[in-house]
Design a protein around this ligand. Structure first.
Ligand SMILES: C[S@@+](CC[C@H](N)C(=O)[O-])C[C@H]1O[C@@H](n2cnc3c(N)ncnc32)[C@H](O)[C@@H]1O
Length: 386
């Protein structure tokens, strides 16, 4: 496969992090839009980006874009696309998601069925068959229409990339793994500094930090739909990408990651998740009330997602909790503190205005990342400095 345009959708507010992640794979960015980053890459890039991207949601192979205002225009334009270059005779293909903004065509189910019909028409002629068994590899399509421009892509990931495969239990609305990884990369934390999450819940933030610190590819424990695309990506490219990820993993990373929660039941889940992710040796989990959180070490970084008062009757408790956080954390005068919450008045009760406030969207939920940036760690003076 020659170079192709590949698009990674992501949560709003995380685009710059996704762009950096793609660039750090040595790949070239084409453009960055709200909630999506487009880059250029060949079949190896599809394998490597699926394995390595922490903050993006999926990797899509862009097939075509064109203007369409009517279903006839949509049908004819889709029929012109050389689908036989992508979908084999036994391939299973369907439009898994269609979304439309400010466009004449807006009904997702109609858009989905017209596109499927047009592809069938095209492939009937090319393969000289009238019935498709569809018992081979899967080719899920995604369609996005904005101001009458239709963008059609093949989804190479399948399950969203935030599904790393380590979560044993997910019934308590934990933060999404891709958002956690994105937030961590927006902070000043690096693997030489202490990382602490006093409200760790099921452990997502500390687990993602450990994976970043140990340079673990987040996709090593899962599968991708494009592994079935034998016609487009050879098995060697996948094998090489997996080998590279194993080689780059820092098995001996020395990390100081601390994770606390009041609730011993969620800590049990967090430990289980960390074990599944292969990072339990890097994280110190402990049952502890945030009010008892203290450290005499310097320059640590707190990254945390405290309760935000989902129910009205929780509000008083949440307000008191934020006041207590303000009191407790101000004793850590060399630390940086990063708090993600959807509670709009956080700073008021925490008692301090953030140095930086970033708007991030967790799905439909608008949240803010409040960043209190501490002093830079003093450089250790080594012999070579003299
Ligand atoms: C929004 S959840 C954190 C979710 C977590 N980021 C995840 O991905 O699962 C907030 C957590 O704070 C814990 N918590 C509430 N009050 C606490 C306190 N005073 N001290 C420590 N933990 C507390 C709750 O048990 C809950 O697990």
């Amino acid at each position: 496969m020659e170079n192709h345009s590949l698009t990674v959708p992501c949560l709003f507010g995380i685009e710059a992090v996704v762009k950096k992640e793609i660039q750090s794979l040595g790949l070239e960015i084409i453009k960055v839009d709200d909630g999506r980053v487009t880059f250029q890459g060949d079949q190896k890039a599809i394998c490597r980006s699926n394995l390595w991207l922490r903050s993006g949601e999926r990797v899509m192979l862009d097939i075509a874009n064109f203007e369409a205002r009517t279903f006839d225009e949509l049908f004819e334009a889709v029929k012109k696309i050389p689908w036989e270059n992508y979908i084999p005779k036994d391939g299973k293909f369907w439009v898994t998601k269609a979304s439309s903004i400010k466009s004449a065509l807006f009904s997702p189910s109609d858009i989905q069925s017209i596109i499927k019909k047009a592809i069938v028409e095209r492939l009937k002629i090319k393969y000289n068959i009238s019935w498709f068994q569809e018992d081979g590899a899967e080719f899920p399509l995604r369609v996005f229409i904005k101001k009458d421009m239709v963008y059609i892509s093949l989804d190479s990931s399948g399950d969203s990339l935030h599904k790393r495969g380590y979560r044993a239990f997910s019934g308590m609305a934990p933060i999404r793994e891709s958002l956690a990884a994105g937030i961590i990369q927006l902070t000043h934390w690096n693997k030489d500094r202490i990382f602490a999450d006093p409200f760790c819940g099921s452990g997502t933030l500390p687990i993602e930090a450990a994976m970043i610190g140990a340079n673990m590819a987040p996709g090593l424990n899962r599968e991708f739909v494009a592994e079935q695309w034998k016609n487009l990506i050879d098995a060697k490219s996948w094998m090489e990408a997996v080998d590279e990820a194993h080689d780059l993993m820092d098995e001996d990373a020395q990390l100081n990651i601390q994770a606390f929660d009041l609730d011993f039941r969620v800590l049990k889940i967090a430990r289980e998740n960390a074990k599944n992710a292969g990072v339990e040796k890097h994280i110190h989990f402990q049952e502890r009330d945030m009010k008892d959180f203290y450290s005499n070490k310097k320059y640590g970084v707190i990254v945390t997602n405290p309760p935000y008062g989902e129910r009205l009757d929780d509000e008083r408790t949440v307000i008191q909790l934020y006041k207590d956080m303000g009191e407790q954390f101000k004793r850590l005068d060399t630390w940086s503190v990063n708090v993600i919450t959807s509670y709009e008045d956080f700073e008021r009760y925490y008692g301090k205005q953030a140095d930086k406030r970033r708007k991030l969207y967790s799905g439909m939920l608008k949240t803010n990342l409040y960043q209190y940036i501490g002093p830079k760690p003093k450089r250790l003076i080594t012999k070579t400095d003299n």
